[in-house]
Design a protein around this ligand. Structure first.
Ligand SMILES: NC(=O)c1ccc[n+]([C@@H]2O[C@H](COP(=O)([O-])OP(=O)(O)OC[C@H]3O[C@@H](n4cnc5c(N)ncnc54)[C@H](O)[C@@H]3O)[C@@H](O)[C@H]2O)c1
Ligand SMILES: Nc1nc(=O)c(N)c(NC[C@H](O)[C@H](O)[C@H](O)COP(=O)(O)O)[nH]1
Length: 226
């Protein structure tokens, strides 16, 4: 069993979710409130380590009225246990689960001792899941999150993790905020990066369920066809 996964992203009209320098203030106020309503509803919220390092996110419900109990469990996919100990994701707003790869496991002959030691330090502040693979096996990780009570999970990026999750067939819904901005740049992060598929016939198929303007932005909501 795996959580029901909703991917939410804000992108520019040209499909970028951050500039090449990591600047990513895209959503308008109304969209951020919409996102925080979802944060309040779901059991968990997940990002990749690239997003943690770029944004130092809280991943809590703080743009709308909420109680501490409304905060979802925070989840990070972090191969080499690089989450900095002083970052906000480890504060006491909510529980945090960090998925690390097999190179953080001291019983693995191919482990990296620096990563093993960082993971040990992190385990004092968060619950660690040790994947049997490198990078983190996302199918295995989703099954683990389900056993931890995460039945609904919002994925909030970034580009690399988004592609791994969709190519592993782990995303059920996609919600996109398109902001009327163009930023360009071949090195700017897009909605989905990773390796990509070679052939269009392999593209993931989706069905548009809802679309509407929201403040200056436009929202599109899709179901992933399985
Ligand atoms: N506009 C938005 O809605 C939005 C949302 C989130 C992030 N962002 C931006 O995206 C950027 C970060 O994206 P990114 O692609 O660099 O990082 P990411 O957040 O996608 O994290 C990727 C990292 O996750 C780890 N990982 C472990 N196992 C993995 C697996 N199986 N598959 C994939 N990754 C795995 C790897 O270390 C990998 O480098 C930041 O600039 C951030 O501001 C924008
Ligand atoms: N909806 C949305 N619009 C944006 O313009 C943007 N940049 C993000 N980015 C999502 C990512 O997960 C960020 O890291 C958190 O939004 C950081 O903010 P918090 O402290 O968690 O609220 N999300």
């Amino acid at each position: 069993m795996k959580p029901y996964v909703i991917l939410n992203v804000a992108m520019t009209l040209d499909g970028k979710i951050a500039t090449k320098t990591g600047s990513s203030e895209i959503s308008g106020k109304e969209d951020l409130e919409r996102v925080h309503e979802i944060r309040k509803e779901v059991d968990g919220i997940m990002v990749g380590i690239g997003t943690v390092l770029a944004d130092d996110p809280r991943l809590s419900v703080h743009k709308i009225k909420a109680k501490k109990e409304d905060n979802p469990i925070r989840v990070v996919v972090d191969n080499k246990a690089r989450t900095p100990l002083n970052f906000r994701i480890l504060n006491d707003d909510a529980e945090t689960i960090i998925g690390v790869s097999s190179i953080c496991d001291e019983n693995n002959p191919n482990c990296d001792m620096d990563a093993v030691n960082r993971a040990k330090e992190l385990s004092k502040k968060a619950n660690l899941f040790y994947s049997s693979e490198e990078p983190v096996d996302l199918v295995e990780f989703m099954e683990y999150l389900y056993t931890k009570g995460i039945k609904t999970l919002m994925l909030e990026g970034g580009s690399t993790l988004n592609f791994s999750m969709i190519s592993d067939n782990l995303i059920d819904e996609v919600k996109i905020c398109i902001a009327p901005m163009i930023v360009g740049g071949k090195d700017s992060k897009t909605f989905f990066d990773g390796d990509g598929f070679d052939n269009m016939k392999d593209a993931v198929q989706l069905k548009l369920e809802k679309s509407y303007p929201l403040g200056k932005d436009f929202i599109m909501e899709y179901k992933v066809l399985k």
